[in-house]
Design a binder for this molecule. Structure first.
Ligand code: GDP
Ligand code: IMO
Ligand code: MG
Length: 422
């Protein structure tokens, strides 16, 4: 069997958590391959709402194995909070959830460094989630990181050495901080982590594949936040694209199967950085209001705009998307007309190719289509779709060259319509 990958094609928050939960019954294993608690993946079912940060979104579907892969960065404190709150609601994960020994640990000083770097950037700040993501991946690449497997051997020495390097940087930045309480909580949380199976996940996953088991890899963030292909430097610090599933899990490229690319019927972004189709008018406010566009983790207001097909085509290309999933279609239920950006005008020239830099002088070129003005939230089959909605989906499929397999019409697990069966 192969690993199917589900990933975001925009700037994150596309609805990955919801769809992973919906698709999980068709898989034996669900695994996260990058990112960390900067993610906030929301799931809703049976009147309950859950937000997952580091734990894969497959944990609510009948005892499937869930794995936090080597490409993830893990904050033991936030992980403990997440796992304990799930346990309190009746979901004890200790048997179901495994963690790669090669996943890197977010230290208390990584969180401080994240804040210190943002403060040093001043107006040019990225607007990170403040979870220490960038500094942890920096330490991984510069070979100063601590891994989950390290907690089993001579950990105190390794910790002290890593912390010392951070202290030198922070003193150079003249950044005041106090982590005494946080550090105590962090070490207690490390002990808690030992309740879970700490595994060599690359071996475990490849053995599962050999046994004929199916794996769904859950991305975090989105392609436009990828450290190589996103709107650099306003990106996260990992490879959010499909290739990240290979390095973040130890899976060979030829063992990647379907690539599910997920996008909102419009577009949002949280944090700083360019966003060509952003709307600053009442239409943007309407999208924000109807879409409840506030960050799942930070509560920050998400910036809203029309769908950007230049960026989406680029994301489809980079990821080799084989099936598309359109989310939050219902948010457009009450618009007279809907716009889609089909090209950028740069220095008077139109292009459909995503350029090196989108930070200045990019003017979106729109086409406008009639809205469907119909409540789609109770629909259960594509036979009920209004004509104008079908026209919108057909147009997107034609532009992107990939079929839209799933349409989501509300936050609940049940509000999901599969357009065709394989
Ligand atoms: P993720 O990070 O990609 O998992 O997405 P988030 O959970 O951060 O943000 C998606 C938000 O949209 C969550 O609040 C979901 O409950 C909600 N959501 C998901 N699908 C739909 C949908 O089809 N319609 C509406 N109205 N909300 C949705
Ligand atoms: P999910 O998985 C939306 C954004 C931050 C910031 C930039 C860098 O829920 O889609 P970081 O803390 O990673 O160094 O921040 O990336 N960002 C996200 N935006 N959804 C996310 O995750 C995000 N994770 C990070 O707002 O602009
Ligand atoms: Mg999110």
């Amino acid at each position: 069997m192969k690993v199917d990958v589900l990933l975001g094609l925009q700037w994150g928050d596309e609805g990955k958590g919801k769809v992973v939960d919906v698709l999980t019954p068709g898989y034996d294993i669900v695994t996260r391959f990058q990112g960390g608690p900067n993610a906030g993946h929301t799931l809703e079912f049976e009147g309950q709402k859950y937000v997952l940060r580091s734990i894969p979104s497959g944990i609510f579907q009948g005892g499937k194995t869930n794995i936090i892969g080597n490409g993830v960065v893990l904050d033991p404190i936030l992980f403990r909070q997440e796992a304990e709150s799930l346990a309190a609601s009746g979901h004890d994960l200790t048997k179901q959830l495994c963690i790669s020994k090669k996943a890197h640990l977010i230290m208390p000083t990584h969180r401080v460094l994240d804040a210190a770097y943002e403060a040093a950037k001043g107006a040019a700040k990225i607007g990170t989630t403040g979870k220490g993501i960038g500094p942890t991946y920096t330490d991984k690449v510069s070979r100063n990181g601590l891994r989950v497997g390290d907690i089993l051997h001579h950990f105190d020495e390794k910790y002290a050495q890593a912390k010392k390097k951070h202290e030198i940087i922070l003193s150079g930045l003249k950044y005041e901080y106090d982590i005494v309480a946080l550090e105590k909580e962090w070490f207690e949380a490390l002990e808690y982590l030992k309740r879970f199976r700490l595994i060599d996940s690359e071996h475990v996953l490849n053995n599962f594949l050999k046994e004929g088991k199916s794996v769904l890899a859950e991305g975090a963030q989105g392609t436009m936040l990828d450290v190589d292909f996103g709107s650099y430097p306003f990106v996260t610090s990992s490879n959010t694209v499909c290739a990240g599933a290979c390095t973040g899990l130890g899976i060979a490229p030829r063992n990647i199967g379907e690539v599910y690319g997920i996008f909102k019927a419009y577009c949002t972004r949280v944090g700083a950085g360019p966003f060509p189709t952003e709307l600053f008018d009442e239409t943007g406010e309407k999208l924000c209001k109807l879409g409840h566009e506030f960050g799942a983790v930070t509560g920050r207001k998400r910036r809203c705009g029309w769908i950007d097909l230049v960026a989406l085509k680029y994301a489809v290309m980079i990821n080799g998307v084989s099936q598309l999933i359109m989310m939050k279609s219902d948010v457009l239920d009450d618009f007279d007309t809907i716009k889609a950006c089909v090209a950028y005008k740069i220095n008077g020239q139109e292009t459909e190719e995503f350029p090196f830099d989108i930070s200045e002088g990019v003017e979106p070129v729109y086409i406008e289509m009639p809205g469907w003005k119909t409540d789609m939230t109770r629909m259960t089959s594509e036979d009920e779709f209004p004509e104008e909605f079908n026209a919108y989906v057909n147009f997107l499929e034609e532009e992107l060259g990939v079929p839209v397999k799933i349409v989501s019409v509300g936050p609940d697990r049940e509000q999901t319509i599969i357009r065709y069966e394989d």
